[in-house]
Design a protein around this ligand. Structure first.
Ligand SMILES: [Zn+2]
Length: 445
């Protein structure tokens, strides 16, 4: 079994605060690169996101796969198979290998197995990338490109990435800054809904800024959380301008403000989707509690900040008592099989459980490593563990997960799966370890 050594594991484990911006620029370059390979990767990703549950995509007449030979399936049409959704096991969100093996030629199989399916199926994070009728247009491609465009690089990003926040808060702020939250005004603009009014303020447009900052229902909460400074002197600034200015304010206050923003949106969604209303006083208590818990937890693990974690270990290091560490790894065979594994251990190094999964896939190494991390996180959820460290030797993935930074490519659909699963947990920290220290063999602990 050939083991790919991930490019990220070349020993540059350290990432101090001052390096974050340079690191980020490098990552952006890597992700939004102008090379034709990266572009074709992104174009493929587009079809992928659109794939969702595949129930509207004709297998035989729509260009939904892609390689140097083209974008259409080449095998002979089978009447019993109509849409791509027929080829998906929707419960597991995996390809139906039985059907695909029987009905497609080698080239088609390879193309299909190269598409990683997202657990979230018709994932709404990606919906904004498409126009109303789901058609790919130059304009939507442009918007996607903007997700990681260096020409538009703004000082706000450096501030955002250097904040000490949990991955889910980071990811949320990233969505705010890229304007990919689905407030009703934005949905109306994209013809998804007809009514753009705030649910609490008939007649007022629900812009993202309204929902999170200025809606009269929640506006005073910024003061109640001691974050009113984040508001003052910022009138007239757009969100990136605001985030940039926050760099000069007290870090703990800004951290609390970010957590408040996350909670306001979370509560707003609870009302929109489940009709559940939380009294605003409880939101304030929750914000203070979450900030305190997060700071205690990250101190426990890294004696201070998540970003100033020590240069990554070459040896596996046991977690603190009460915390479970899960190591994940992927191995690729050249005959189209991928092995994913994850092992959980406690502070004594005892193995709590281990999982191995073998599946047919033609994925690039980073996609396979991301799937291995996803496997680990799925099991964290299945076992109901709450305080966990998920460790991998795929450095680039760990950095991006730690910051909740998503762009729009195949890989990002999987990173998005991981982050959205993590929103259910108390705390999860992602940790990079050099390859020698990534103990996934159960007997090696
Ligand atoms: Zn309102």
């Amino acid at each position: 079994m050939a083991k790919y050594i991930n490019k990220g594991s070349s020993g540059k484990g350290e990432m101090s605060l001052g390096k974050v911006d340079r690191w980020f620029l490098r990552e952006v370059k890597a992700c939004s690169a102008s090379s034709s390979q990266a572009n074709s990767f992104r174009f493929k990703a587009l079809k992928n996101d659109k794939l969702g549950n595949g129930r509207n995509i004709n297998i035989w007449r729509v260009p939904w796969v892609g390689d140097e030979k083209g974008r259409f399936i080449e095998s002979d049409e089978r009447e019993e198979l109509k849409v791509v959704g027929d080829l998906i096991d929707h419960e597991k969100m995996e390809w139906r290998y039985d059907l695909i093996e029987r009905n497609f030629n080698e080239r088609d199989k390879k193309c299909i197995y190269a598409i990683p399916l997202s657990l979230r199926g018709g994932c709404d994070d990606y919906m904004w990338a498409y126009s109303k009728d789901g058609k790919y247009t130059v304009k939507t491609a442009y918007m996607i490109g903007k997700g990681g465009d260096l020409d538009d690089f703004h000082g706000a990003w450096v501030n955002l990435w250097s904040m000490d926040l949990s991955p889910k808060t980071h990811h949320f702020m990233w969505r705010i800054c890229t304007r990919s939250l689905h407030a009703r005004a934005a949905l109306k603009h994209r013809h998804v809904v007809d009514n753009d009014a705030c649910l609490w303020c008939p007649g007022l447009e629900e812009m993202m800024e309204h929902a999170i900052f200025s809606c009269p229902r929640i506006r005073h909460l910024w003061k109640d959380c001691g974050c009113e400074q984040m508001w003052e002197n910022c009138s007239g600034d757009d969100i990136l301008g605001m985030v940039e200015k926050w760099a000069t304010l007290d870090g703990k206050m800004v951290q609390r403000g970010y957590i408040l923003a996350w909670n306001l949106w979370f509560e707003r969604n609870k009302f929109v989707f489940e009709n559940v209303v939380t009294p605003v006083e409880i939101v304030v208590q929750r914000v203070y509690k979450q900030a305190e818990e997060y700071n205690t937890y990250s101190k426990l693990n890294y004696s201070g900040s998540m970003k100033s974690q020590p240069p990554s270990a070459k040896k596996w290091v046991a977690p603190s008592p009460g915390i479970i560490k899960i190591n994940s790894d992927a191995s690729l065979c050249d005959d189209g099989w991928v092995g994913l594994s994850a092992v959980a251990r406690d502070d004594k190094g005892r193995v709590l459980f281990s999982v191995v999964k073998r599946m047919k896939a033609w994925w690039p190494p980073d996609v396979a490593e991301a799937k291995a991390i996803l496997l680990a996180v799925c099991w964290v959820k299945k076992k109901g563990l709450s305080n966990t460290i998920v460790e991998s030797d795929a450095q680039m993935l760990i950095s991006r997960l730690s910051m909740g930074a998503l762009f729009f490519a195949d890989l990002d659909a999987i990173l998005g799966d991981i982050i959205s699963l993590c929103s259910d947990f108390n705390f999860t920290i992602f940790s990079y370890v050099k390859r020698d220290g990534n103990l996934v063999m159960s007997n090696a602990g």
